[in-house]
Design a protein around this ligand. Structure first.
Ligand code: NAD
Ligand code: TYD
Length: 357
């Protein structure tokens, strides 16, 4: 038995692969196109581990996916691969439409062909797990209840619209063809291996470099933060015990305003790596707001808690401290990302010929 993971060299995907192989000997076939967001250094500790098969390829490549399904016969596909950064989707939405919509469609069609031909037992056990976001539900007002699975879809950015489209495709492939799918919609993740274009890692690496900490607009936008390893345990629970065709929201009950996140990061750095120039909060700089910026996201995670007994292990205080410490302990990872040399990892670690599909 094995899993086919897409996007397993990205932030959440690599945490998932590492967690999976720490808890199980079931092999993982990891299909990733290694866009700017894919970083094989995240998986360096798996080099030489036969349980991890890395395949450099695109989820829009149907022939490649057909071949991987025929060769490895995975019992499940866990689909992380996506373009994931809202700001990039505003500047260039095309890649989001291609990967998030066409890529998910291609995977669904390949999965359907493969699943249809399985023997009855394997067919019943097969899962297509689609990893999605709370951003599909749109923006909440200050006194709205948090997003439940029944909330209408009201995506506002090219990113969230492309993820909403992919969620609809997954739903339709279940209702029309009976493909055994589960979908999870998660709130903002943070933790190790987070690419420093997103809020928390950007603030940590900029502060350490003495650079400005850019806070969009008034900094009062609210996100609901979940430690990435808690997201991974939520995915495992849904993959193993989730009801077919169902959606599960995953969140950490940690609603925080952006400015409070930035101040918390500064305070932790003041404690763990004090700067003789003064408190890191001196670097906070309010900048022009993101167009169409969603004001508030919040997740009602009661369904996954009630049905599957899942709970986050970290509070925000414990998770953010671990995260800041991780970045302090991994200056080489940060430097490789910042100077671009992480993009050479394919050749350095695997050899161009072995790794390219
Ligand atoms: P990420 O941008 O860090 O990683 C995405 C990975 O997908 C990268 O390794 C990239 O190389 C790969 N990829 C991109 N296009 C590809 C393609 N065409 N074919 C194959 N691989 C491709 O993203 P992330 O933050 O790890 O998010 C993973 C998933 O979780 C996404 O589907 C995202 O929508 C969802 N999600 C993320 C968050 C969050 O806070 N980061 C929250 C909720 C849901
Ligand atoms: P981000 O990490 O990009 O996640 P998302 O947009 O998917 O929620 O941003 C989190 C919040 O932080 C969001 O409200 C935008 C804000 N933000 C800033 O204020 N400054 C920044 O430099 C970045 C990257 C984000």
């Amino acid at each position: 038995m094995s899993l086919l993971v897409t996007g397993g060299a990205g932030f959440i995907g690599s945490n998932f692969v590492l967690d999976w192989l720490a808890n199980s000997d079931e092999p993982v076939v990891n299909l990733d196109a290694l866009t700017y967001a894919g970083n094989l250094a995240n998986l360096a500790c798996l080099q030489g581990d036969a349980r991890h098969v890395f395949v450099h390829g695109d989820i829009c490549d149907r022939a490649l996916i057909d071949r991987l399904l025929a060769e490895h016969r995975p019992r499940a596909i866990v689909h992380f691969a996506a373009e994931s950064h809202v700001d990039r989707s505003i500047h260039g939405p095309g890649a989001f439409m291609r990967t998030n919509i066409e890529g998910t469609y291609t995977l669904l069609e390949a999965a359907r062909a493969h699943w249809s031909a399985l023997a009855a037992d394997d067919k019943a056990a097969f899962r297509f797990h689609h990893v999605s976001t709370d951003e599909v539900y749109g923006s909440l007002k200050a006194d709205d209840p948090p997003f439940a699975e029944t909330n209408p879809y009201e995506p506002n950015s090219p990113y969230s619209a492309s993820k909403a489209a992919s969620d609809h495709l997954v739903r339709a492939w279940h209702h029309t063809y009976g493909l055994p799918v589960v979908t999870t919609n998660c709130s903002n993740n943070y933790g190790p291996y987070h690419f420093p274009e997103k809020l928390i890692p950007l603030m940590i690496v900029n502060a350490l470099a003495g650079k400005a900490l850019p806070v969009y607009g008034d900094g009062q936008q609210i996100r609901d933060w979940l430690y990435v390893k808690d997201h991974c345990s939520g995915i495992r629970a849904v993959l193993e015990r989730g009801r077919l065709g169902e959606t599960y929201n995953i969140g950490g009950w940690n609603e925080k305003a952006n400015i409070d996140i930035v101040r918390t990061v500064c305070a932790l750095l003041d404690e763990l790596r004090p700067d003789s120039a003064g408190p890191y909060s001196r670097l906070i700089t309010y900048v022009t707001d993101r167009p169409g910026h969603d004001r508030r996201y919040a997740i009602d995670a009661r369904k996954i808690e009630r049905e599957l007994g899942w709970r986050p292990a970290e509070t925000f205080d414990t998770g953010i401290r671990k995260t800041v410490q991780w970045y302090l302990d991994h200056p080489d990872w940060v430097a490789d990302v910042q100077n671009g040399s992480y993009r050479d990892w394919l050749d350095r670690q695997y050899g161009a010929q072995a790794a390219t599909a």
